[in-house]
Every structure is written in C-alpha cells, then in structure tokens.
Design a protein around this ligand. Structure first.
Ligand code: SAH
Length: 220
C-alpha cells in the first residue's frame, strides 16, 4: 500500500483513459464514471506497481485477496443506483477501493472484512486518504444486524447462494447486488425487495470473484 500521496499528471491521465475504456465497455452511468475518475486507484498499490493501477485488471493486495477489476467495480456500483445518503452495507472491504467509489457517490458505508490484516490496513488507510466509512471486522455473510436495515447491499466476493439473512437486512425498495455461483464463475444477481416477503431477482453477466467464506454463505 502506497503511503506517498502523489497524484501526478501521469496518474491523472491514466485515470481519464480508464474512464473512457469503461465507457467503451458499456458503463453508462456518468456519476459512476465520475467517481472512478476521482478515486486515485494507484494509492491502493505499492509504488512499484503504479503502472498497473489504471489497467482494467484485478490485482493481488495480499492475504490471497484482490482489488477488483475497475470494470467489475463500476458494473456493481451502477446496478446499485446509489443516491446521496443511501445506507450501504458492503461485504468484503478488501482494499477499500470499492468503498471509496461508494463514498464518492454520497453513500454512508458500513463495510465488513473477515481477514484481520486487511481490515486493519484498510481501516487505517482510507481515513488517511480522506475517505470515511464505518469499518467492521468479522463474518459479513451474516450482514451487520446492529445497523440494519440498508438501502443497498453489495457483496464483493463470490457466494454459493444468496444468504437469507442478508435479504432480511435490506429495506423494502432496497437493492442488493451479489455474485452467485461456484468458485470458478458467478452470475451477477440483482435483487430488489418489493415488500416484506417479495423479492425480484435478475441474473446478469458472468464474473469471477474470490470466494465468500462464512457461516451463512451456504444459508439460503
Ligand atoms: N471490494 C474489494 C474487493 C475485495 S475481494 C476491493 O475493492 O478491493 C473480496 C473480499 O471479501 C476479500 O478481502 C475477502 O477476504 C472478503 N471476504 C470473503 N468472505 C467474507 C465474509 N464472509 N465476510 C467479510 N469479508 C469476506
């Protein structure tokens, strides 16, 4: 993780190109593109790897985990239709890059990570970059009941199924975005809570995430 905060013309230029690339790949929400254009993704990389930061690729961040591909971050964010003030639960803090994108869109973010070292690192680095979320350490497959309910829920790890307990923590009218499948590939699923007991599910494109590991990951 880089601690020298240098955002030079080189990084700014690379970021602009990344935004154009994502637009070409089908990301249409201008607010999401603007957020991608603002968050210095190279700060999530060791300085040795800054040249990799604005390629549309996932990248290892330690503890066997990855910072998601920019396209994937943009894709999930677009599906959430974030409005300023939305209370968002993010499961899988990881590097915190996705967290920053949500914060740029004006969300209040509750984010949970089960890897202690990542939790510690990210909860220290983000405030240092000027990004303020509520950080939690633990098993996010159970959600965070104390702060429920949420306008939006985003799961950034591949789940074998949709944990029932998360559906209950979604507000009526709320949206959840979660990749569901086996460890090799997952379908992006978006779930809209229509009423107390009714949910509408839409299955979208295929992705590959690191696995969601947790008590309720198998609890549909
Ligand atoms: N949003 C992240 C992507 C990180 S990869 C980013 O932008 O960098 C997914 C993360 O989910 C990993 O850090 C992994 O440790 C975490 N994870 C997996 N299962 C989890 C669970 N049950 N609760 C919380 N975090 C979990």
């Amino acid at each position: 993780m880089a601690h020298k905060l240098i955002d030079s013309y080189r990084e700014k230029g690379a970021r602009k190109k990344l935004v154009e690339l994502l637009r070409d790949r089908g990301i249409a929400d201008e607010k999401v593109l603007k957020a991608i254009g603002k968050v210095p993704r190279h700060y999530f990389f060791d300085e040795t790897f800054w040249t990799q930061a604005y390629k549309d690729i996932a990248f290892p961040i330690g503890e066997g985990q990855t910072i998601s591909q920019p396209y994937t971050v943009a894709y999930q964010t677009e599906l959430l239709h974030i409005k300023p003030g939305d209370r968002v639960l993010e499961i899988g803090t990881g590097s915190g890059y996705q967290t920053c994108i949500l914060l740029e869109l004006g969300a209040k973010v509750y984010t949970i990570e089960r890897q202690e070292n990542l939790y510690k690192r990210t909860s220290q680095v983000l405030p240092h970059l000027g990004y303020h979320a509520e950080f939690f350490f633990g098993d996010g497959s159970k959600g965070i009941a104390e702060h429920a309910s949420y306008d939006k829920i985003i799961v950034t790890a591949g789940a074998p199924m949709v944990p029932e307990i998360l559906l209950k923590q979604l507000k009526i009218g709320g949206i959840m975005v979660i990749p569901v499948g086996d460890e090799n590939s997952q379908k992006m699923i978006t779930i809209l809570r229509l009423s107390e007991n009714d949910y509408e599910r839409i299955s979208l494109d295929t992705f590959r995430f690191v696995p969601l590991v947790g008590e309720k990951a198998w609890d549909a």
